[in-house]
Design a protein around this ligand. Structure first.
Ligand SMILES: O=C[C@H](O)COP(=O)(O)O
Length: 244
């Protein structure tokens, strides 16, 4: 597990943020703007809805600081496994560098954990060698369900546990990030996403072990600008055990 930094520059933070245009209303112009801003500001990834991933790939130079990402079974997660598998393969073929799959919340809530496990395994295989993040969508889950889901994802071989799609009210609270970090225990990365809008929250989440954020483009650019405006241009990260 990577060592928690003591501070982050604007460039460091940008290299921890996936910016995105993954809402229903995002059009071609938004994707073109997403690509330009991601490359210009050095964000680690730019994410678009599946149909726009080929366009995004054509706009973001491969092998640079910015990766191209796309979602699978997004945003409900209720798609048939065969559809998620096909979408993973299609996005891999379209040149995606990372894929964020929505977990099947309904099956998780039904206690059908073998279905959840088998589906994640099938999508990991279809996506390979592209790394997979699995979105839990905390807004719909109890703390017990979060622990169960985070453990399934962490033991699946997925690259990250991700908290939300951005399509539900923000639920990536610090106590829930703490809960996920305790369960994951370094077996996978943690991507905090969904309603993250202030540097204090970012700093607290980094201290808890979050190594990736998912934030919409406008909010991400604002946060990076705020870091630049801090004394010394760096965001201090107090160790989690020193926080009140
Ligand atoms: O990563 C998921 C979403 O892009 C987060 O969007 P949001 O910052 O608008 O909640």
């Amino acid at each position: 597990m990577s060592k928690t930094p003591t501070s982050l520059s604007a460039a460091d933070l940008a290299q921890r943020i996936d910016i995105s245009a993954v809402q229903t209303f995002h059009a071609e112009a938004d994707i073109r703007s997403l690509a330009a801003l991601a490359v210009e500001n050095g964000f680690i990834a730019a994410h678009a809805l599946p149909n726009f991933v080929p366009l995004l790939r054509s706009l973001v130079p491969a092998g640079g600081r910015t990766l191209v990402g796309g979602p699978i079974g997004f945003p409900s997660g209720g798609h048939m496994t065969a559809i998620k598998v096909a979408e993973a393969a299609a996005l891999r073929e379209a040149g995606a560098d990372e894929l964020d799959m929505m977990i099947n919340v309904g099956r998780l809530k039904s206690g059908d954990l073998n279905y959840v496990r088998d589906e994640i395994a099938a999508v990991i295989e279809a996506a390979a060698p592209v790394p997979l993040k699995v979105i839990l969508e905390l807004h719909h889950l109890t703390d017990t369900e979060i622990e169960t889901a985070a453990d399934i994802v962490a033991s699946s071989g997925a690259a990250f546990v991700k908290t939300g799609t951005g399509w539900t009210p923000a639920a990536a609270t610090l106590p829930r990030i703490r809960l996920i970090a305790a369960v994951v225990a370094g077996r996978a990365g943690i991507k905090a996403s969904g309603g993250i809008r202030d540097l204090a929250t970012v700093a607290e989440m980094v201290a808890l072990g979050v190594t990736r954020f998912g934030i919409n483009t406008a909010s991400a650019i604002e946060l990076v600008k705020q870091v630049d405006a801090l004394p010394g241009g760096r965001l201090a990260i107090a160790p989690a055990n020193e926080r009140a």
